[in-house]
Design a protein around this ligand. Structure first.
Ligand code: DI6
Ligand code: FE
Length: 393
């Protein structure tokens, strides 16, 4: 006897062909049966009529900076007048302005702000969201951000430590000393409190070098934590190859990555995470090497990269549309990017990303004619139901 079954449902399992008349059952929070309707002859305590809607795995947003305080709308205005993102960052704005606001906020305030933002993801059927630190850049604020992220409700949260996001003002001109501080004090403290699921860094001209990034990764390894990287977003620093060398779960952005970098990702089994929101909002023109990713069979995930500076985007659906219009992904690739491949980018492929027996019954129902409509429409939200651990939300 299963707890519940959904009938009259169309299934995009993301693990096999589309099923136009399907059934999916859940028991104890997990998927306990999935397949063609005609194959279902079990019993369930509750029977749901999905009225012909499409069921997909709940979306996985594998790269966000959801916890922060303050707004950067004024920088948007400066950029519209001609200033560049890098110029603003170099003159103390950018990430550092969000750091000032985030340091001044309490943990409860950060939680309330992030919880309110998260509503948009819930409305679009998200199940699993990654949240990074990196707007504290001191011990207490980095921990405060991660504690707030851990308290978010409504989705499963994976936390990523991003202490090496920018050089804080008090370490100006002393990047090596800051990396010492991150490796010796902040990351070990966050890990000791079990606040960290993965470790990330921003490897970029305006942030940290390859060598500094490698030091952070070595510390992560010592603490038994997986790594991921903001790689080659604004310039080719060889970030993808560095991430691959450290067996990263993912390398993210990748606009400037060269073919050898993609080949390295293929060898290491790392996921390439594309962030079309940042590409769009910063009006970048250099396209990530999608053809090389396809050629090398690198799994491609998509994420919102929600953050106040380069991607104030709160919609997985819009991220999929941007990936198709700007990067020429197919709708099918875009859907895989927010489900199966995104789960893998978080090391969560055994519980999320597909509709398969044994995985979490974290599902979304959509009133659409075909799954491609999710990437095609702009500004519509046809989500008509969300199920979390088998329970209708
Ligand atoms: N890359 C980004 O796009 C964001 N962080 C990063 O490492 C930008 C964060 C910000 O501008 O606040
Ligand atoms: Fe980011």
């Amino acid at each position: 006897m299963h707890d519940a079954v959904w009938l009259n449902v169309r299934l995009a399992t993301m693990a096999g062909p589309l099923i136009r008349d399907g059934a999916l059952a859940a028991t104890a929070g997990r998927i306990s049966w999935v397949g063609e309707r005609r194959g279902w002859n079990d019993k369930a305590r509750v029977e749901h009529d999905a009225r012909g809607s499409w069921m997909l795995p709940g979306f996985v947003d594998c790269h966000t900076h959801l916890v922060y305080a303050g707004s950067r709308a004024h920088e948007f205005e400066l950029r519209l007048k001609g200033a560049s993102y890098e110029e603003i960052a170099r003159t103390g704005g950018g990430i550092l302005s969000t750091v000032r606001a985030t340091r001044a906020a309490s943990q409860d305030e950060l939680l309330a702000l992030a919880q309110r933002r998260l509503r948009a993801w819930l409305a679009e059927g998200a199940a699993l969201v990654e949240v990074k630190s990196g707007y504290g850049l001191d011990r207490d604020t980095e921990l405060k951000m991660l504690r707030a992220a851990r308290r978010l409700e409504g989705v499963t949260v994976k936390t990523t430590f991003l202490g090496a996001h920018a050089l804080p003002e008090e370490y100006k001109g002393r990047a090596e000393a800051y990396i010492d501080f991150v490796c010796d004090e902040v990351l070990p403290a966050a890990a000791a409190e079990k606040l960290v699921d993965a470790v990330d860094a921003f490897c970029e001209r305006i942030a940290f070098s390859r060598h500094q990034t490698a030091r952070v990764f070595d510390t992560a390894k010592r603490l038994g934590l997986p790594v991921k990287l903001h790689a080659d977003q604004l310039s080719d620093l060889g970030g993808a190859a560095l991430a691959a060398k450290h067996g990263a779960l993912s390398a993210d952005h990748l606009e400037y990555t060269s073919e050898p970098g993609i080949e390295a990702l293929a060898r290491s089994g790392s996921v390439a995470v594309l962030l079309p929101g940042a590409f769009y909002f910063l009006r970048e023109t250099r396209l990530p090497p999608i053809a090389a990713m396809r050629r090398n069979h690198v799994p491609v995930a998509l994420a919102t990269d929600h953050n106040p500076g380069s991607s104030p985007l709160s919609s997985p659906l819009l991220a999929m549309n941007l990936a198709c219009t700007l990067f020429r992904l197919t709708p099918e690739e875009a859907l895989a990017g927010f489900t199966v491949h995104a789960a893998r980018a978080l090391g969560m492929q055994s519980s999320h990303g597909t509709l398969e027996v044994g995985k979490a019954a974290d599902l979304a129902l959509w009133e659409i004619e075909s799954p491609a409509e999710l990437a095609y429409a702009i500004g519509a939200n046809p989500c008509v139901g969300r199920v979390r651990a088998g329970a209708v939300q």
